[in-house]
Write a protein that binds this ligand. Structure first.
Ligand SMILES: [Zn+2]
Ligand SMILES: [Zn+2]
Length: 661
């Protein structure tokens, strides 16, 4: 590590984001200096220096972390410690940027309607909102006016300043400003809480922060919609106007965001699911998809792909019950921790629960036999139906359902097998996601404070997991302390064609369930030992993964996955027999096809196949029949001309193989 003794001079690199914020210099002697580790480099600086003024501050920094705590770039550094910068590309950096945008919005509303009373204004995953009480609720048509006021405040480039307040000071300040909701928040704060507010010009907001250094940084924003929301979500409280918006450092990013949103709307799987005749939902069974023949075909292909892959990798498929007595759920811990998400049946004076997960069933199977080290790793896979109760307001197409299936498996391993087995799991995850052309990254969640089990086992497992991750070359992030109490876990986020991230695979080590089910095996020395369970699903819910795939491909599935791979299109009724023969040959080779025998003109039939996103069309006319050819059209490329039949069939069959299996 480089040791850099730095002064405060020097120009920061030019950037659209940087603005005229003045850098502060202080004259100090060496003896007063503190040691900082800035982005991994050790340096000595004068106490009181602002992170913004450090030599190593990246041009695009929006906030920083001091010893893990996210703070303002302008918060003076008084003690030795580690400083890491956050940019808009970091989730935490985004939150600072978006939350500062919420303050900007609130300031604009106060300028336009001084009688407005402020609620709260958090950042969201893709933007921000602010809840504001107004004598007259706002309309969408008011948004433009607010945006103009926001733009003025951005142009004024007001310095955003943190102020810490005594409780009485805070109460007096917000009483004077007549902000009843802020007063309520202050009164609910614990006695010892540090109360802070952020000031920008004449606007001041009660807030823990952190914030951007000035309003001029919010170069690009848009308000998107308004809705009503009760204060604190309680119906007896006043109704606030909730104003939503989003913001970015650069105008091009904002434009891209809205273009992507439009693209996402066009790809919405609920819309495409209807148009492509794949899936629908009925009020009679909320949250349960109805798969049409083509959708079911798609489902079967996807499930088959997973099944083949797992079989090749030493998994054994089982099928276990979907209704269990409540005693099992008590033993597994689901009754205490997951009951609200379960469908429960009361039958013959017995409570029974529909399974939300397969783990307890697999534990029963493992425990049903005397196990030895020769059985391990035992990899039990299952695709059977699962159900979870989700509130009706949260249901969302295939993305959030009540009835689903997983490409689920539980691996029973010895402690010393964890590393090797995890490596195999990671390889499998890679094969699956690459088959769909999806990039992905990993979040590694480690031991929480209230962990159960043996500390040394945790430490060994975590270090093995980390080294497997390192050797895999995967992009991963550690989430310290965020593991479950029963074991560390890996969450995989796939990145789709629109650059959206979806959490799909979870790989979870479990030291606890084997204890609850008293599972054991005898090792090579004849000693009785406890196995460790690895819970893992790669696609996760197959239903949800299909929803993601529909949007990822915009319904245009690759040949191997398409429910209808080939459409045979006779030009006239005269070729009906030949078309049937072509389809017969396709069927024999396992290709999924349909014949368009309608009376429509050729152009119409081709368009229909194109709209149905069928990858390959085989047009057959009188000349094709006479010469033993098919005229090939591809969905992407268009007309490929006549090809000899059945020679072309072999080509089709080989390009329809599932990738990488
Ligand atoms: Zn704030
Ligand atoms: Zn499980």
């Amino acid at each position: 590590m480089a040791v850099i003794a730095t002064g405060l001079e020097g120009q920061k690199g030019g950037s659209g984001l940087r603005h005229r914020l003045q850098r502060v210099g202080t004259a100090v002697t060496m003896s007063q200096r503190i040691a900082l580790t800035v982005q991994g480099a050790v340096m000595e600086v004068s106490p009181g220096i602002r992170p913004y003024d450090l030599e190593l501050t990246p041009a695009h920094a929006v906030a920083c972390k001091v010893d893990g705590e996210v703070v303002d770039l302008t918060r003076p550094l008084e003690r030795a410690g580690a400083v890491d910068f956050l940019t808009f590309d970091d989730d935490e950096g985004k939150r600072v940027f978006r939350h500062s945008s919420a303050h900007l919005l609130a300031q604009a509303v106060k300028r336009l309607w001084p009688q407005a009373r402020l609620g709260t204004g958090p950042a969201l995953a893709e933007g921000f909102y602010y809840d504001i009480w107004l004598p007259e609720p706002l309309q969408e048509s008011d948004l433009e006016q607010i945006e103009r006021a926001m733009a003025e405040i951005v142009a004024e480039d007001l310095v955003i300043e943190r102020v810490e307040l005594e409780r009485e000071q805070a109460l007096a300040l917000f009483a004077e400003r007549d902000e009843p909701f802020k007063l309520e928040i202050i009164r609910r704060l614990p006695e010892a809480a540090v109360i802070s507010a952020y000031r920008q010009g004449d606007f001041i907001d009660l807030c823990t922060g952190p914030h951007l250094p000035s309003t001029g940084w919010i170069k690009s924003f848009r308000l998107t919609n308004v809705s009503g929301a009760y204060w604190r979500g309680e119906e007896t409280n006043p109704m606030m106007t909730r104003i939503y918006g989003t913001s970015f450092p650069e105008p091009a990013q904002l434009q891209q965001f809205f273009e992507r949103q439009e693209a996402a709307k066009r790809r919405d799987h609920r819309k495409l699911g209807r148009e492509l005749d794949l899936v629908s939902f009925f009020d009679d069974a909320p949250g349960f998809p109805f798969w049409h023949p083509k959708g079911q075909q798609l489902y079967r292909v996807l499930e088959g792909f997973s099944r083949d892959l797992q079989q090749q990798n030493g998994y054994q498929e089982v099928s276990t019950p979907w209704i269990y007595r409540v005693g099992l759920w008590q033993r597994s811990g689901h009754w205490d921790h997951y009951r609200d998400n379960m469908f429960v049946i009361d039958r013959d004076d017995q409570l029974m629960g529909l399974k939300p997960m397969n783990c307890p069933g697999h534990c029963l199977l493992f425990g049903a036999k005397t196990r030895s080290y020769r059985d391990l790793p035992l990899r039990l896979a299952e695709y059977s139906p699962l159900s979870r109760y989700e509130r009706s307001g949260t249901l969302h197409g295939l993305f959030r359902v009540r009835g689903f299936h997983q490409d689920d498996a539980h691996l029973f391993v010895g402690e010393e097998q964890i590393g090797a087995e995890m490596k195999r799991v990671l390889e499998l995850v890679d094969i699956v996601y690459r088959a769909f052309g999806m990039r992905y990254d990993v979040v590694f969640s480690t031991r929480p404070e209230d962990f159960l089990g043996d500390l040394s086992l945790w430490q060994q497992a975590e270090s093995e997991l980390e080294s497997v991750l390192q050797r895999s070359g995967l992009k991963y992030r550690v989430n310290p302390g965020d593991g479950a109490f029963y074991g560390p876990k890996l969450d995989f986020h796939v990145i789709d064609a629109l650059d959206r991230r979806w959490q799909c695979a979870t790989v979870q080590l479990d030291f606890q369930l084997p204890v609850q089910f008293d599972l054991s095996y005898t090792d090579q020395e004849g000693k009785v030992r406890r196995p460790v369970i690895i819970h893992r699903a790669i696609m996760g819910s197959i239903e949800r993964f299909l929803g993601i795939l529909i949007e990822h491909y915009a319904g245009a599935f690759p040949l191997w996955l398409a429910p209808e791979q080939v459409r045979v299109i006779p030009i006239t009724d005269g070729q009906a027999g030949y078309a049937a023969a072509v389809q017969g040959a396709l069927r024999e080779r396992g290709m999924r096809s349909a014949i368009d025998a309608s009376n429509q003109k050729l152009g119409y039939k081709v368009r229909a196949a194109q709209l149905a996103k069928v990858p390959v069309m085989l047009v057959v006319g009188a000349r094709d029949e006479a010469q033993g050819t098919v005229s090939v059209r591809s969905r992407e490329v268009g007309d490929l001309g006549p090809r000899a039949w059945p020679d072309y069939l072999q080509e089709l069959v080989s390009s329809a193989q599932a990738p990488l299996t």
